[in-house]
Write a protein that binds this ligand. Structure first.
Ligand SMILES: NC(=O)C1=CN([C@@H]2O[C@H](COP(=O)(O)OP(=O)(O)OC[C@H]3O[C@@H](n4cnc5c(N)ncnc54)[C@H](O)[C@@H]3O)[C@@H](O)[C@H]2O)C=CC1
Ligand SMILES: O=C(O)[C@H]1O[C@H](OP(=O)(O)OP(=O)(O)OC[C@H]2O[C@@H](n3ccc(=O)[nH]c3=O)[C@H](O)[C@@H]2O)[C@H](O)[C@@H](O)[C@@H]1O
Length: 441
């Protein structure tokens, strides 16, 4: 099948590469010339484990192409995937301007019948709008069908997820079009769920909202655990053994970030508000998350009073490990607030520093190693559970810091391990450890 993918972000690039890997002829189109130039050389503009190897392999096999020209990219294609961004507008609703532009680009350049597949996360009703817009713009002799095919990959494991996903959702009002997209996806060997367009659109939002709910739920339980002396890790394990609950997405921490949960939860409350439904549960999930992102600051202030003049090392900046994505990362909220409190902020991340520099306050100082960040620090905040941080020899905190006081927002270390060191350790939903005698200065 000859396919083109519009937009080469996390979703578009991974989709294009994966579709070429299962044998399709794929052209990825992006308006960003620098990105396209890199991708032509087999260089991935984003950090995703395994992606670059797969890109190179399929470029060499003559199945994967990149262009900035919609005309060239849409030439003779049977199927066009839309994977452009749908960021948050100021009012929380989804911004559909990139989708609309992509649709106009398609309409202006296609010369034969095509199926347009929407991968981007779009509010219920958008695919019908896309179809109406296309029909109004393309010449009458060209037939266009629209299929919703929401994406469920996670950043940091997007290649793995694409080949091992739990389901592929195909939402179509036209059986023939649904069959074509089903055939395209069959080589992945993943269960395919076919439904109508609006239900497919809703499956995406409902799934993200449900996962976000699980996270806010366990974070609330964690906060209660701290007060009553229970251990959230044990609680999550015990809960997760019930198959109806499931053990995944019960990791307590400093809340969810990233390009999707924050924006999609807000967008769903907007979708509900548009039909006069007050989605109270989801609003509470969002509120809990906003509070949770600040929880280490609250703990540190409770411990120290003022943070003014304190040197604070931030370990991990991206919104989760194995990605350089800084969108809605807790480190943004935390660093801004620490700077406002008058603290001196030193930050380390194995991959995301370049992106972090674009969004964190300019007062933040970056280091090339964990050791350098910890040097003479009054306290450390762990914000992302990178393997490098989880595997760190805990003696480093003792040796490098002015006082080894660690606020761990990702529960990176077992309490029994931390007990072996002269460290003061505060984590989420677990008992604090006071093995370091704090000297008042
Ligand atoms: N990032 C993720 O993990 C996931 C994202 N999604 C959804 O997928 C969609 C895309 O997300 P990301 O890949 O993160 O976006 P992104 O912002 O990383 O990438 C979008 C790309 O589209 C390009 N673009 C914009 N307009 C264009 C046009 N008219 N023609 C060609 N290229 C154009 C941009 O230059 C950019 O490279 C969003 O709706 C998002 O909600 C869904 C599942 C996972
Ligand atoms: O629509 C999307 O963009 C994607 O959003 C999430 O994927 P992603 O944001 O890449 O990463 P997750 O692994 O879901 O983590 C999101 C946030 O939740 C946090 N999280 C996750 C799990 C958990 O138990 N606890 C927790 O705090 C992570 O630290 C991170 O900040 C979903 O998991 C994907 O299925 C979906 O396709």
């Amino acid at each position: 099948m000859k396919i083109s993918v519009v937009g080469t972000g996390y979703v578009g690039l991974v989709t294009g590469v994966a579709l070429s890997h299962i044998g399709h002829h794929v052209t990825c189109i992006d308006i960003d010339e620098t990105k396209v130039e890199k991708m032509r050389q087999g260089i991935s503009p984003i950090y995703e484990p395994g992606l670059e190897e797969l890109m190179k392999e399929n470029i060499q096999a003559g199945r994967l192409f990149f262009t900035t020209s919609h005309q060239e990219g849409f030439k003779d294609v049977d199927v066009i995937y839309i994977a452009v961004g749908t960021p948050e507008k100021e009012d929380g609703s989804a911004n559909l301007e990139y989708i609309e532009q992509a649709v106009r680009d398609i309409a202006a350049n296609i010369t034969k019948d095509v199926i347009v597949v929407t991968k981007s996360t779009v509010p219920v009703g958008t695919n019908h709008y896309i179809k109406e817009l296309l029909i109004s713009l393309v010449p009458k002799h060209i037939n266009v069908e629209v299929v919703s095919n929401p994406e469920f990959l996670r950043e940091g494991s997007s290649v793995y997820d694409t080949f091992h996903g739990d389901r592929i959702v195909i939402g179509a009002d036209n059986e023939e079009a649904a069959k074509v997209i089903e055939e395209i996806n069959k080589p992945f060997g993943i269960p395919i769920f076919k439904t109508d367009i609006k239900s497919a659109e809703m499956i995406k939002y409902a799934s993200n909202a449900f996962l976000a709910t699980k996270i806010s739920f366990i974070n609330e339980i964690a906060n209660i655990c701290e007060k009553v002396g229970a251990d959230v890790e044990s609680v999550a394990l015990g809960m997760g053994m019930d198959k109806r609950i499931g053990s995944m997405f019960l990791r307590a921490g400093i809340g969810y970030g990233g390009s999707c949960f924050p924006k999609d939860t807000k967008a769903l409350t907007k979708i509900a508000a548009n039909i006069d439904h007050n989605f109270e549960l989801l609003k509470a999930v969002i509120k809990v998350n906003n509070h949770q992102q600040r929880i280490l600051i609250d703990k540190a202030k409770e411990r120290f009073g003022s943070l003014a003049g304190k040197k604070i090392a931030l370990l991990g900046l991206s919104f989760k490990p194995n990605t350089d994505d800084m969108r809605e990362a807790a480190s943004i909220v935390v660093s801004k607030e620490l700077i406002a409190e008058g603290a001196e902020v030193v930050a380390y991340d194995p991959i995301a520093i370049e992106n972090a520099k674009k969004v964190l306050p300019q007062e933040v100082v970056y280091t090339e190693s964990i050791e350098d960040a910890l040097e003479n620090a009054d306290m450390a905040f762990i914000l992302t559970e990178w393997a490098q941080i989880k595997e760190l020899d805990l003696n480093i905190y003792v040796q490098k810091m002015k006082q080894p006081i660690v606020f761990d927002g990702r529960n990176c270390y077992s309490l029994s391990e931390v007990q072996k060191y002269p460290i003061e350790y505060h984590s989420i939903g677990r008992k604090p450890i006071y093995n370091y005698q704090f000297q008042t200065v």
